[in-house]
Design a protein around this ligand. Structure first.
Ligand SMILES: [Zn+2]
Ligand SMILES: [Zn+2]
Ligand SMILES: [Zn+2]
Length: 243
């Protein structure tokens, strides 16, 4: 992905709007040359470009990174909106529930409880991989959405929407659906919320997730949406067993 985005930046090119493509996002140095990330609308000096990548947004951290208690490193910008506690995540969860009920017209009489855990818990207790932001679990006595601590605000919206979709699917979709449809639909719902809230970075992150079957499932959902509209796409995901 970096190769795709990587372009040589010349400081004498015109800047559009208020973007500071002539300034390094991480160290604020004015650039003679550097690396521009056109989709993200940001640039980095060569030195920062080669610094540690942020666990949350995937962009270079530069000199001012933050280390979370489980040793994950995030950039200063993600840290600014990082949600660390259940109390901080609660309003985002409320927004997500509201979007499901009011905008998507999803019936949700109950809701899973929300737990905030660190990366060590995600891996050792939930068997998740290192780059997991959230997990929906129906094991145990209560259905639960686990969200990783230190998640940036935009990422939190997308993660909660994805996991809450799994909770909804369990109640409203055929039990034998393919993983491609299950995960593709959850990604698509997360994208709908990101679009509604105008969370540009979250939209980019969802589109860029190359993991399968998420990427293929999402592309197939976009095609369905183009053909049948949002309502038609939801109806399909509610009744079909596969694409
Ligand atoms: Zn820099
Ligand atoms: Zn970041
Ligand atoms: Zn999922």
């Amino acid at each position: 992905m970096l190769d795709f985005l990587r372009q040589f930046f010349q400081s004498d090119s015109d800047n559009e709007g208020t973007w500071r493509l002539d300034q390094c996002l991480a160290c604020h140095k004015v650039l003679q040359e550097g690396m521009v990330f056109p989709e993200d609308q940001v640039s980095f000096c060569i030195e920062c470009f080669h610094s540690t990548l942020c666990f949350c947004c995937g962009l270079p951290c530069g000199p001012l990174h933050r280390r979370l208690t489980d040793d994950r490193i995030i950039c200063q910008y993600c840290y600014d909106t990082a949600l660390l506690t259940p109390r901080q995540l609660a309003p985002v969860y409320e927004t997500t529930l509201h979007f499901f009920r009011r905008k998507l017209k999803f019936k949700l009489k109950e809701q899973p409880r929300l737990k905030v855990v660190d990366s060590r818990f995600m891996q050792s207790e939930l068997g998740a991989s290192l780059h997991t932001w959230g997990v929906y679990s129906d094991m145990g006595s209560e259905e639960t959405i686990y969200v990783i601590t230190g998640i940036a605000l935009d990422k939190a919206h997308a993660t909660l929407a994805h996991e809450l979709t799994h909770f909804w699917q369990k109640r409203h979709c055929p039990p034998e659906q393919t993983l491609e449809l299950i995960e593709g639909f959850a990604e698509w719902v997360a994208f709908q919320l990101a679009q509604y809230k105008n969370l540009r970075r979250a939209m980019l992150a969802i589109r860029r997730n190359e993991a399968e079957p998420y990427q293929t499932g999402l592309q197939k959902m976009f095609k369905l949406e183009a053909k049948r509209g949002v309502k038609g796409a939801i109806k399909y995901a509610k009744t079909a067993k596969s694409f």
